[in-house]
Ligand binder design. Sequence first.
Ligand code: AP5
Length: 191
Amino acid sequence: MFNLILFGPPGSGKGTQSEKLIAKYNLKHLSTGDLLRSEIANQTALGLEAKKVMDKGELVPDEVVIGMISTAIDQNPDAKGFLFDGFPRTSAQAEALDKLLDLKKTSISIMLALDVSENELIKRLVKRGETSGRSDDVNEDIIRARITEYHKKTTAVADYYKQFDKVVLIKGEGSVEEIFDQICLQIDNII
Ligand code: AP5
């Protein structure tokens, strides 16, 4: 199995690149952000609780997202590999993911980390907020809170995978196609 973590701060292009990657490599896309937004759209108890946290730009509790990912992995026994987008976002989530994959006799193959300047992230998300309807894009304060949360809790995840030599930095600025080509180059190197 080939299991990829597409990593990076809010607005770095994880979702955009994921769409292209799953089509090219036939991977199962697991985005905790999408799973949470689907819970919100269905007005489940989990979704209603998560929305309160997401609207502040903070992270949903580890046990909630780990539970969602565990279920999603179990629901896809025939997957050729997984593309994790927006997960793991804390060291505890990274450790839990390794255990879940271990149970399936597999592991993370590589983490590709999109590197984008803060100004560019804010510019992209403010622009998307004009039309997306995403409540965490509505104003710059919330967007900045998401980026702060990333620096406080999520950058540690890259350090976690660095110890296993699994992290490759990708320049995340430029055209979507240019970035996609760089990502594919790294993937093709190891599959
Ligand atoms: P999530 O849905 O994961 O959002 P995020 O990480 O904040 O990322 P975004 O979706 O905003 O950005 P992206 O990197 O996917 O970029 P995109 O391709 O969309 O998480 C949302 C919330 O859910 C979190 O804040 C948290 O509360 C909760 N959550 C989710 N996972 C969690 C977890 N594991 N633990 C705890 N809580 C969790 O692109 C952004 C914009 O830029 C788009 O408009 C796009 O068109 C544009 N763009 C993309 N590439 C380029 C380019 N090359 N040039 C110019 N523009 C570009």
